[in-house]
Write a protein that binds this ligand. Structure first.
Ligand code: FUC
Length: 818
């Protein structure tokens, strides 16, 4: 059989499966062929990271879709080990001069040891994010299920599983409602009395790591139709687990019977069943754990219990779509686009399924809405979809790329408010961060390094090879200024200005002239996790981390300099906008001018360090030295053309391998360089090697959410760029995305942008000017501009840019004049 016929058959099967899936409620898109809105399998998830995520920002669930014993793995976003604690160590600054001298003298081992002994925080590791438990639904033994479909509709945020068994069609729907603060599971059958199962909410414990898990939990019945799981968070690293949590389930059966025996709930012969799951901890904020989880759970249950299933679902979908539907993307669908997602990924060759790009783009937005809403915790390494007590990298906040990448899509993806949890976290980090600034570096302001947790610890962690990243807080702070650039929200800028200012003040004190070059540099410094061949050549055993290591400690890494370049720039501009601190503005601009410059190495590479060191690992995953290309804006084909080739040298050397987030970062860098083909190479490679079939990203075998967010940002960057004080429309459009349509993307300066293109050429752009700023659009040809059907005029480009004034709130349509 020819390949095309095979695919047609698969497509026909897809349509058939779609047609028999859950009947869509009014207002919903039909399940089935929605190549950019549905992820689906023709079988249950084969492993946990391939299960489908639902979440309301706070309560997460991973839905397997099994037919013998369904499992929904549960998370609550404040369930971490430990309790309020501090990692600040006292008096490290006494050792700073000696340490800095050692770095400048090239005595890297000595510098490492000094940092390790006197500046590393204590405990040396932060706390771990913890899985809450699993909702299990054990069904009676039955014939094998047929006509099976398991799907996640990211447009409605409802996961659905449907199949035939013993002549009955069963359907289950699962969602996590941001409105009612419960996870809802609905079981239906097309014949009466056919739903029977035994349910448990199982606490989570990792046997392999029970040495850490000095937590406990208790599973019990709750009233005539409920279950409860009560527990305490784990003690870890000598920090007492101070969280108490509770998860409750209530079953509402239509027909049949419900009974509870010990910690199991039995449903027998029901026509339909709705399960409500509420969960909470006693966490109030990073200093306060005085809430009552039982009262919180009771309040959520009370609120949801009185509502019919359809009412819960309709409210949930409406709230999800309020955010999700702000942006739509259509890319060409092909026969392959109709395949189940796991097969679709395998069949993808980079060109044969453009619509996959739209699905991946929207999936990142879906994840952000599902894991980060105002009032919740920011998305950690695993969002709110962690299955372990001892997850990979503790499912913490890693801020030398991962946490920031989680928020790359927020502004451009029209989900500004989903970044609020990040902004809250940044402010909270200044608490311990200002103490670390004083104790470690005798500096004003605040500093934050590379890891944190629910308790907002800010000292360097993990070991001196990682912890010397003093610009983690500065990187995060660039998100504050970016938020202002997109929204023009002066009240926000005023509120967060002290955070920006404190960050800048720290670096004004911390930066030190390089004895050889005279530039201002950070010291200690590092280029995240990349061991330069120079210093790392010194191998030694670190008694603190018990690792054999080399040193990555240095002065003035390129990423530090680039981040500070942007930070100082934004602080100066923020001071201007707010009309405050002229002295500070002067000082940061002076310091900015003295930062170590970008340098080109002997291989034509953009140097990652002040010295032209090679890296020990050629295709190292971090592309830190290219921070100024993306997410920063210091490197630009127009403004700094001399750094374009050197950036490419680095990207080529790193190649395609790495992990999911690395691919997304490289794709975004290539998009900034206008190279769509290279961006797509990274996308394709990641789809094959670093993506779960549920579209999470993979990093060293671990599921992480960062790469999924990163690709949303990278794809946005292919369609629209706005970092150069102008809108650049379709700057890196892949050849196979011949025609398409995108609406609702946001650009800096307060523009909402829609684009339509055909045969690879922009047909029409629509803009809404939210703030009434002058609009600058890069264009080689004159643009005809209309607003509400009236001509505004035809404007010719000057130096490649068409500029026109806008009225706040007004829409504009731009078409090219040939
Ligand atoms: C950084 C990365 C790793 C991983 C970890 C969570 O340390 O270098 O690859 O993503 O964070």
């Amino acid at each position: 059989m020819k390949r095309k016929t095979l695919i047609s058959l698969a497509l026909a099967a897809a349509v058939a499966a779609g047609a028999s899936a859950a009947v869509p409620a009014q207002g919903e898109k039909p399940a089935g062929l929605n190549p950019s809105g549905v992820i689906w399998y023709s079988h249950p998830a084969d492993k946990w990271e391939n299960a489908f995520p639902v979440g309301n920002g706070r309560l997460g669930g991973l839905v397997w879709g099994k037919t013998d014993e369904e499992q929904i793995m549960l998370n609550e976003d404040t369930l971490w080990s430990g309790g309020p604690y501090s990692t600040v160590v006292k008096g490290g600054s006494a050792y700073l001069p000696e340490l800095r001298k050692a770095v400048f003298d090239g005595q890297y081992k000595k510098a490492y040891v000094l940092f390790s002994r006197h500046l590393l925080g204590y405990p040396v590791e932060q706390m771990k994010y913890q899985a809450l438990g699993t909702l299990a639904l054990k069904f009676p033994a039955a014939d094998p299920a047929v006509n099976y479909r398991h799907q996640l509709d990211i447009d409605t945020a409802v996961a659905a599983t449907s199949y035939d068994q013993g002549g009955v069609r069963y359907t289950r729907e699962v969602f996590s409602s941001p409105v009612d603060q419960v996870i809802v599971v609905r079981l239906t059958a097309d014949k009466p009395g056919k739903i029977s199962f035994v349910s448990q909410i199982r606490g989570s414990r990792n046997q392999a790591h029970s040495n850490y898990a000095t937590d406990y939990f208790q599973m019990d019945g709750f009233g005539p139709d409920g279950l409860v799981l009560r527990g305490k968070s784990a003690d870890y690293m000598g920090v007492e687990g101070q969280l108490r949590y509770q998860a409750r389930l209530r079953a509402r059966a239509e027909g049949g019977t419900v009974k509870v025996v010990d910690d199991e709930l039995f449903v027998d012969g029901a026509d339909a069943v709705t399960l409500l799951i509420a969960a909470a901890t006693n966490f109030v904020n990073y200093k306060d754990v005085s809430a009552d989880p039982a009262a919180r759970v009771e309040a959520a249950m009370k609120g949801a219990e009185g509502k019919a299933y359809e009412a819960l679902k309709t409210a949930h979908i409406k709230e999800h779509q309020r955010l999700f539907r702000r942006v739509s993307v259509t890319l060409p669908a092909t026969m392959n686009s109709g395949l189940p997602t796991d097969e679709r990924l395998k069949a993808f060759d980079g060109k044969n399924d453009p619509a996959l790009g739209a699905l991946v783009f929207q999936f990142g937005r879906y994840l952000l809405i599902s894991s980060s809403r105002p009032g919740t915790q920011p998305a950690n390494l695993q969002g709110i979809w962690n299955k372990d007590q001892n997850p990979m990298w503790d499912a913490k906040y890693t801020t030398n790329i991962n946490t920031e990448m989680n928020y790359w899509p927020a502004e451009v993806g029209n989900l500004s408010e989903c970044a609020e949890p990040l902004f809250d976290m940044i402010r909270e980090l200044t608490d311990q961060g200002s103490r670390v600034a004083r104790e470690n570096y005798a500096a004003r302001g605040w500093v934050f390094h590379q890891n944190t947790d629910l308790w907002r610890v800010a000292a360097p962690m993990d070991g001196a090879s990682w912890g010397t990243f003093t610009t983690g807080g500065a990187w995060l702070s660039t998100h504050l200024w970016e938020h202002y650039l997109y929204t023009g929200d002066k009240a926000f800028l005023k509120e967060y200005y002290p955070v920006l200012k404190g960050c800048a003040e720290f670096f004004l004190d911390f930066l030190i002239p390089h004895p050889k070059y005279g530039w201002l540099v950070t010291n200690p410094s590092t280029s995240p996790e990349n061991f330069p061949a120079g210093p790392a050549a010194v191998r030694f055993f670190d008694e603190v981390t018990m690792f054999m290591t080399g040193a990555s400690i240095c002065a003035g890494s390129t990423i530090d300099m680039q981040i500070l370049n942007d930070l100082f720039d934004s602080v100066a501009r923020a001071a201007d906008v707010l009309g405050v601190d002229p002295d500070l503005k002067k000082k940061v601009l002076e310091a900015k001018a003295k930062l170590a410059p970008l340098q080109i190495g002997r291989k034509g590479n953009l140097q990652e360090w002040i010295e032209d060191w090679d890296e020990t690992e050629k295709s190292h995953r971090h592309v830190s030295g290219l921070w100024g290309l993306f997410p920063g804006k210091q490197i630009s084909a127009r403004r700094t053309p001399q750094f374009v080739e050197p950036s490419k040298v680095v990207l080529e050397q790193r190649g395609l391998s790495g992990n999911g987030w690395a691919s997304a970062w490289k794709a975004a860098c290539w998009a900034r360089l206008g190279d769509a083909a290279k961006a797509m190479d990274n996308f394709t490679y990641a789809m094959h090697n670093y993506t779960t079939t549920s579209l999470f990203s993979i990093c060293s075998r671990a599921m992480q959410v960062d790469g999924a967010f990163g690709f949303t940002a990278a794809i946005a960057e292919m369609l629209l760029q706005s970092h150069e004080n102008e809108l650049n429309l379709l700057p890196a459009l892949p050849e196979s995305w011949t025609s398409g349509d995108v609406s609702g993307l946001l650009a800096r300066g307060g523009f909402e942008v829609g684009l339509k293109w055909k045969d690879g050429k922009l047909g029409q752009a629509t803009l809404i000017s939210k703030l009434g700023n002058t609009c600058r659009v890069r264009s080689a040809v004159p643009l005809k501009i209309t607003s509400k059907g009236k001509s505004v005029g035809v404007t010719k480009p000057e130096n490649g840019v068409v500029e026109f004034k806008t009225v706040p709130g007004a829409p504009y349509v731009l078409t090219a004049v040939k």
